[in-house]
Design a protein around this ligand. Structure first.
Ligand SMILES: N[C@@H](CCC(=O)N[C@@H](CS)C(=O)NCC(=O)O)C(=O)O
Length: 385
C-alpha cells in the first residue's frame, strides 16, 4: 500500500508519497521515476518519503515550502525522529539511490554522496502534518505497471522525436520559380554549395505570382522564394546570403574568410543591387520583354540605361584590373549575383560588346560564366524568354 499526500497547493500540484513498510519501499526504489526525490531522516530509521516533481524538473526546482512539507512528513514518520528536535533529513534524486543484491530489505545507499543534500528540521509543525494528513489517500498501485506505462510513453516520445529529426534532416529546400533570372541568383548559390533542392514553377507570364496561394508565401507577389522546412525567405540576394551562411562549411566560401573580405562582398553585392542591376533591368524590360508583350520599347530609357550601365562597368573595369573578382581574389556572392541578368545583356539584349570591350570585365565574365555551377543552372533552368 502506498500513501499519497498533496503538498501545499500554493507551491503547485505536487504529490508526496511513501510506502507502507520496508517491503513496499523496495518496490518504490525499483520502480521509481526520474522525477522522484527521496527523503529520509538521517542516521535514524524512517519512512521513505518521495516527492514527485514535474517532468523536466530536477532537484534544484524544489521550492522551500514543498521541501519543508517533505521534511516534516518524513520526520513525523520516523518513530525516533518524531520524538526529538533538530533532526537532519537527507534527500536525493531517486536515480541516485543504490541498491545492491547484498543489501538488506529497506537498506539503500547512494551512487554519489555529493548528490545528497541535508535539511535541518528544528521541530514538528503540527499545522503542516495536519494539512498533509487531510489530503492523505491510500492506494495499492501496480508500481511495475505504472513504471512500464511511463517507459512505453517515453519510448514512443523518443521515437516520435527521432522521426521528426529524420524528417527535418531529409527535408530538402524548395526554391520557387527557378527559370526566372532573379531566382537564378539563389539557384546558382545552391548548386555552388552542393545543396540538394526541389523546385516549384511559378508562371509569371500567366500571373501565377499574383494568385492568393502564392501571395500567402510571398506577400509582394515576386519571385524567388526559398522554403526551408518551417522557414521561408525571399529577396534573391538575401536568399544567397542565407544559403552561403547556412552551408558555410561546404563548397566554396562565398562570403569571404575575414570580416574585411565579408565587408567587400557585401559592398559589391550592394553595388550590383543598386547600381548595376537597375539600368540592366530597364534594358531587359525594354529590349526583351516589351516586344513579347506587344509594348513599344522606350528608346530614351534604353539610351540612358546603356549610358548608366557603361559608367558602372567602367568602375568594374578599374576594380577588376586590381583583383581577379569583385570583392578580391576569391569568387563570392557578389560575382554570382551578376550572372542571370548579364546573361541577358550578352544574349537577348544583344549588347555583349559592353562586356567584351572591357578587357578585365570580359575576363571576369568568362571566368564566372564558365563555372560548372552556372553552366548547369543556365542549361537546366533555361530562361523562359
Ligand atoms: N528584389 C527582388 C526582385 C524580384 C523580382 O522583381 N522578380 C521578378 C522576376 S525576375 C518578379 O517576380 N516579377 C513578377 C512581378 O513583378 O509580377 C529580388 O531580387 O528577389
Amino acid at each position: 500500500m502506498v500513501f499519497y499526500f498533496k503538498a501545499r497547493p500554493d507551491a503547485g500540484d505536487y504529490t508526496i508519497f511513501m510506502g507502507l513498510d520496508k517491503f513496499e519501499n523496495e518496490e518504490l526504489i525499483k520502480y521509481g521515476f526520474p522525477e522522484d526525490v527521496w527523503f529520509h531522516v538521517d542516521k535514524m530509521s524512517s519512512a521513505h518519503v518521495y516527492l514527485r516533481l514535474h517532468k523536466g524538473q530536477g532537484f534544484d526546482d524544489i521550492s522551500e515550502g514543498v521541501l519543508e512539507d517533505c521534511a516534516q512528513l518524513v520526520k513525523a514518520n520516523s518513530i525516533q525522529g518524531n520524538k526529538v528536535n533538530n533532526v537532519d533529513v537527507v534527500y536525493t534524486p531517486w536515480s541516485n539511490l543504490k541498491k545492491t543484491a547484498s543489501m538488506d530489505v529497506g537498506q539503500v545507499g547512494f551512487h554519489n554522496s555529493k548528490m545528497v543534500r541535508t535539511i535541518r528540521v528544528e521541530k514538528r509543525v503540527n499545522e503542516i502534518i495536519n494539512r498533509l494528513n487531510k489530503t492523505k489517500v491510500e492506494r495499492t498501485p501496480d508500481l511495475r505497471a505504472e513504471r512500464e506505462a511511463v517507459n512505453a510513453a517515453e519510448r514512443a516520445e523518443r521515437k516520435q522525436h527521432l522521426r521528426e529529426k529524420k524528417k527535418k534532416e531529409k527535408m530538402v529546400l524548395t526554391i520557387y520559380a527557378p527559370l526566372f533570372a532573379s531566382s537564378k541568383r539563389a539557384v546558382v548559390t545552391l548548386v555552388e554549395k552542393g545543396v540538394e533542392f526541389e523546385t516549384v514553377n511559378v508562371d509569371l507570364l500567366k500571373g501565377e505570382q499574383r494568385q492568393p496561394e502564392y501571395i500567402a508565401i510571398q506577400p509582394f507577389g515576386k519571385i524567388p522564394v526559398l522554403v526551408d522546412g518551417d522557414y521561408k525567405i525571399f529577396e534573391s540576394r538575401a536568399i544567397m546570403r542565407y544559403i552561403a551562411e547556412k552551408y558555410r562549411s561546404q563548397g566554396p566560401d562565398l562570403l569571404g574568410k575575414t570580416i574585411e573580405e565579408r565587408g567587400q562582398v557585401e559592398q559589391w553585392l550592394d553595388v550590383e543591387a543598386t547600381s548595376y542591376h537597375p539600368p540592366l533591368l530597364a534594358l531587359t524590360l525594354n529590349i526583351v520583354f516589351a516586344p513579347l508583350m506587344g509594348l513599344p520599347a522606350d528608346e530614351k530609357v534604353i539610351k540612358e540605361s546603356e549610358e548608366k550601365l557603361a559608367e558602372v562597368l567602367d568602375v568594374y573595369e578599374a576594380q577588376l584590373s586590381k583583383n581577379e573578382y569583385l570583392a578580391g581574389d576569391f569568387v563570392s556572392l557578389a560575382d554570382l549575383a551578376h550572372l542571370p541578368f548579364t546573361e541577358y545583356l550578352v544574349g537577348a539584349i544583344g549588347k555583349a560588346y559592353m562586356i567584351k570591350d572591357r578587357k578585365h570585365v570580359s575576363a571576369w565574365w568568362d571566368k564566372i560564366s564558365n563555372r560548372a555551377a552556372w553552366k548547369e543552372v543556365s542549361e537546366k533552368y533555361a530562361l523562359p524568354v
